[in-house]
Design a protein around this ligand. Structure first.
Ligand SMILES: Cc1cc2nc3c(=O)[nH]c(=O)nc-3n(C[C@H](O)[C@H](O)[C@H](O)COP(=O)(O)OP(=O)(O)OC[C@H]3O[C@@H](n4cnc5c(N)ncnc54)[C@H](O)[C@@H]3O)c2cc1C
Length: 405
C-alpha cells in the first residue's frame, strides 16, 4: 500500500506544502483536508478589494487542474476533529478515519473573539474567511454607521474600504496608538493622519462594550468613558489565535504556536507544521515568533514540503509583510522587535521609510509608498552582511544605493 501525507488546512501553507513535496520528489499519496468550502485562495483581499467591489470574485491560489495534475487530492468542507498520534489516524467531522504516515499541520489561525460574542449577533462581523467577508460585503449597502473595534491591520484595512463607500466609520482602539503591536510610533502617527484625512473617526485609549438590543443585533456600543456609539455594523479586528487543538491532542511542543525547527519539524518526527499556526526561532527572532504573513506561510511550507520529500533545505527567509490602505502601500521588511533605536526619512508626499536598529545594525525597514526601499531592504537583509547605521548615513539613507555598493 502507498504511504500517505495528510495535510490539515486549506490555505497558503497547505497548498504550498503539497506542491513543494511533489516538486521535491515525494511520490506517495498527498491528501489536503480543509474545512473551508473553496480551494485555497488569496486571503489578504478579503479586508481590502473584496469589500470595495461587490463583483470581485474569490481568487484561488491554484486552479483545480493543478492539484489534479500533481495527484494532490483535496477534500473540501471536512474538518479534522481528532488525531490519534500513536495509530497515525485522523478522524474527520463526517466520522471518516484517514490513516497517514506523515502529517502536516497547516491549521492557521482564527479571529480572536470578544468575550461573550463568540457567536456573532447578526450585525457583528469578524473577517478571517471568505464566508466572513461575504457576510460583511452583503451587509455594507444597508449600513450607514460602522464601528470597528481594533486598529490592527484588518481593522484599518476594513476602515479604508468602507469609508471610501461613504460610510460613517469609527475605529476604537484600546492602545494609545494604531497598530501599536506591529509598527513604530512614527508609522502609527502617519497612518492615523491618513485615516483622519479620509474621514475615519479614530478613537484610541478607549475600550468599548457592544450592547445587544431586543432584536438580537448590537444596537449601541458603550465606551469606558460612558460615551455611546451607534452602529449598523460592528467589525471586530482584535487579532487572531492559532488553531492548536490538534497539536495539543498530539502532545506536540506548543507555545504561542506549534514549535518548529528550521525544517518545519515539530517535536514528533512524522509531524510537520507551517504558517500561522507555527512558532519558529531563527536569526530574525531568537526568542521565537509566530508570524502571520503570506510570506512566512509560503516559505515555511516550502521547507516542510522539501523536508518531507527527504530534502535538506532550511528556513532563513527575511520576514516581510504588506498592507494596503487607501493609496498607501505599507511594506515591512525584517522584524522590529528588540530594537534599540530608529531613524526615518520622509519624502515630499506621504512616503516614508523608518529604519530600525539593534546595536547600530539595521534589522527592519518599514516603508509607506517606497517600494524601492522595501525591496532593497529585503535583499540586503537576506544578504547576511550587516547594514550598519554608518553605511546608511554615508548614502543618506538611500538604501537602494547600497545594493550596488
Ligand atoms: C482578512 C485578512 C487579511 C490579510 N492581509 C494580509 C496582508 O495584506 N499581507 C500578509 O502578508 N498577510 C495578510 N494576512 C495574513 C495571511 O492571510 C495569513 O498569514 C495566511 O493566510 C496564513 O496562511 P496559513 O495557510 O498558515 O493559514 P490560514 O490562512 O489561517 O489557513 C488555515 C486553514 O486551515 C483550515 N483549518 C483549520 N483547522 C482545520 C481542521 N481541523 N480541519 C480542516 N481544516 C482546518 C482553516 O479553515 C483554513 O482554511 C491577512 C489575513 C486576513 C484574515
Amino acid at each position: 500500500m502507498r504511504k500517505r501525507l495528510l495535510i490539515v488546512g486549506g490555505s497558503y501553507a497547505a497548498s504550498e506544502l503539497a506542491c513543494q513535496a511533489r516538486e521535491s520528489g515525494y511520490a506517495e499519496e498527498i491528501l489536503i483536508v480543509s474545512d473551508e468550502g473553496d480551494l485555497p485562495y488569496h486571503r489578504p483581499p478579503l479586508s481590502k478589494s473584496y469589500l470595495k467591489d461587490p463583483g470581485e470574485e474569490l481568487m484561488p491560489l491554484r486552479a483545480e487542474a493543478f492539484y489534479r495534475d500533481k495527484a494532490i487530492e483535496v477534500e473540501l468542507g471536512s474538518k479534522v476533529v481528532a488525531i490519534d498520534g500513536r495509530g497515525n489516524r485522523a478522524t474527520l467531522s463526517n466520522d471518516v478515519v484517514i490513516p497517514f504516515d506523515t502529517l502536516a499541520l497547516t491549521t492557521g489561525a482564527r479571529a480572536r473573539t470578544l468575550p461573550g460574542l463568540e457567536t456573532c449577533p447578526g450585525n457583528l462581523h469578524y473577517v478571517r474567511s471568505v464566508a466572513d467577508a461575504r457576510n460583511l460585503r452583503l451587509a455594507i449597502p444597508g449600513a450607514e454607521k460602522v464601528v470597528i473595534i481594533g486598529a490592527g491591520f484588518i481593522g484599518l484595512e476594513v476602515a479604508s474600504a468602507l469609508v471610501r463607500q461613504n460610510k460613517h466609520v469609527t475605529v476604537v482602539e484600546a492602545a494609545d496608538r494604531v497598530l501599536a503591536r506591529a509598527v513604530s510610533p512614527e508609522l502609527s502617527r502617519l497612518l492615523s493622519a491618513i485615516h483622519a484625512q479620509n474621514g475615519v473617526n479614530l478613537i484610541t485609549s478607549r475600550k468599548v462594550r457592544p450592547i445587544i438590543g431586543p432584536s438580537g443585533q448590537i444596537n449601541r456600543l458603550e465606551m469606558d468613558d460612558s460615551l455611546i456609539l451607534k452602529a449598523d455594523i460592528v467589525v471586530v479586528g482584535v487579532g487572531s489565535q492559532p488553531n492548536l487543538e490538534l497539536a495539543q491532542q498530539l502532545e506536540l511542543h506548543v507555545g504561542n504556536g506549534i514549535i518548529v525547527d528550521n525544517r518545519s519539524r515539530t517535536s514528533k518526527s512524522n509531524v510537520f507544521a507551517a504558517g500561522d499556526c507555527a512558532t519558529f526561532a531563527g536569526e530574525f527572532n531568537r526568542a521565537g515568533i509566530r508570524l502571520e504573513s503570506v510570506q512566512n506561510a509560503i516559505d515555511q511550507a516550502r521547507i516542510a514540503g522539501n523536508a518531507i520529500a527527504g530534502g535538506d533545505k532550511v528556513y532563513h527567509a527575511v520576514p516581510w509583510f504588506w498592507s494596503d490602505q487607501y493609496e498607501s502601500k505599507i511594506q515591512i521588511a525584517g522584524l522590529s522587535s528588540e530594537t534599540t533605536h530608529s531613524e526615518s526619512r520622509r519624502g515630499e508626499k506621504s512616503d516614508v521609510s523608518v529604519f530600525h536598529f539593534r546595536d547600530d545594525v539595521c534589522v527592519s525597514v518599514e516603508s509607506v509608498n517606497r517600494p524601492r526601499d522595501h525591496m532593497a531592504a529585503r535583499r540586503l537583509l537576506a544578504g547576511g552582511k550587516d547594514i550598519t547605521r554608518r553605511r546608511l548615513q554615508e548614502v543618506d539613507f538611500n538604501i537602494s544605493a547600497l545594493l550596488n555598493a
